[in-house]
Unconditional design. Structure first.
Length: 369
């Protein structure tokens, strides 16, 4: 009987093994199927601009089932989704708002150097500069005009805090319209954030109507460099600082190879900027209240007149450009620190409320190194 029972137990164990039933040890040692690992970012995650990876601290969604039937997607064969255009375009002054045609995806792909061939690309660059661009390196952007452009039928939007270059490559932009009489800083560029260069470009039949600070190219800007620039059209404003190509800029602003045919408030302008015209009128208010003398070491000494000056200052001009203006109220003598070869001219200025700017109040002394 015992031998029969033992035989039955052995037969039962053998049967279980042949059927493949799991034992405890088999379950522990059994390997899981190979799993394919891949990085996955859901469509609602924020993506780093340059890497395309999730930003630090963000979690990824669960892995989707890999689709081996879809073609591999690379940066070269991705077609960007165009920016949707509103069903009803914004109409301003009888013209379509320039942002309505902006190719913003093209601008994002090409920033910070834009080779503009169409009005849509130009509008995209402007919208990107105004709304998305961050000037981290201080160099700014460059806009190259690769074709003649006609912007008739569109209402322009000025580029503000602009730093960089606008290079026309010899091309012409026609029919820029900007009608914004209640606000200031109206022009192709409203104001600058750093140095601006405008080169080899024509703007024809421009129409600018704005408040304070207005000009076809730049409403208000300093550290400007204009070379081979032509502008024609009209600039109208009831405000201050209104000029033909530029509204307000530095008195030392130079215009290399520039020309224009612009009416400012109905009159053909002889000056490129409000500042240039203003400086030409300043001579009418000039007086020689102080006497300047020049020492052999180029130190300038002023007389100590008992005059109630308002913001008395030294003005130093080097080779025709103003290079320094500094307070002179508590200085009876001053020596300019530069020794570069060239011609230096020094005189005193003070603010004149009747003129609305600084005027010369001394004789001029000059020396050459």
């Amino acid at each position: 009987m015992r031998r029969s029972t033992a035989c039955l137990a052995l037969v039962t164990i053998a049967a279980l093994l042949m059927c493949g039933c799991d034992t405890g040890r088999d379950h522990i040692n059994k390997k899981k199927p190979y799993e394919i690992k891949k990085n996955y970012v859901s469509s609602h995650q924020k993506i780093n601009d340059r890497t395309g990876s999730p930003k630090s601290g963000e979690e990824s969604d669960p892995e989707p089932t890999p689709d081996y039937t879809s073609p591999r997607v690379t940066s070269r064969n991705v077609t960007p989704t165009p920016t949707p255009v509103p069903d009803t375009p914004v109409i301003q002054n009888g013209r379509q708002y320039i942002y309505d045609i902006a190719d913003i995806d093209w601008a994002r792909q090409n920033a910070p150097n834009f080779g503009v061939s169409t009005p849509e690309q130009f509008a995209g660059a402007v919208k990107y500069i105004n709304e998305e661009y961050v000037n981290n390196d201080g160099v700014g952007v460059t806009i190259y005009i690769l074709n003649d452009l006609d912007l008739d039928g569109y209402e322009w939007v000025p580029m503000n805090d602009f730093t960089g270059n606008l290079d026309g490559q010899g091309h012409t932009i026609r029919n820029i319209h900007l009608n914004n009489p209640l606000d200031g800083h109206n022009g192709i560029i409203g104001c600058n954030g750093g140095a601006i260069g405008i080169f080899n470009i024509k703007v024809e039949n421009a129409e600018v109507n704005g408040g304070n600070y207005a000009g076809i190219f730049v409403a208000q800007g300093y550290m400007l460099n204009f070379v081979d620039v032509y502008g024609s059209g009209t600039v109208d404003s009831n405000g201050s600082y209104v000029g033909a190509l530029i509204g307000r800029t530095s008195p030392s602003m130079t215009y290399g190879g520039c020309s224009m045919d612009v009416k400012v408030n109905g009159y053909t302008s002889q000056f490129y900027s409000y500042t240039q015209e203003n400086e030409s009128n300043a001579d009418k208010y000039a007086r020689e209240i102080y006497k300047l003398t020049l020492k052999k070491d180029h130190t300038v000494v002023r007389s100590d007149e008992k005059h109630n000056a308002w913001n008395l200052g030294w003005r130093i001009i080097y080779n025709g450009d103003i290079v320094l203006e500094r307070n002179a109220e508590n200085e009876l003598e001053y020596k300019y620190f530069r020794n570069d070869p060239g011609t230096y001219k020094i005189y005193l200025v003070e603010y004149n409320s009747e003129f609305g700017g600084y005027v010369r109040v001394s004789n001029e002394v000059e020396y050459t190194i």
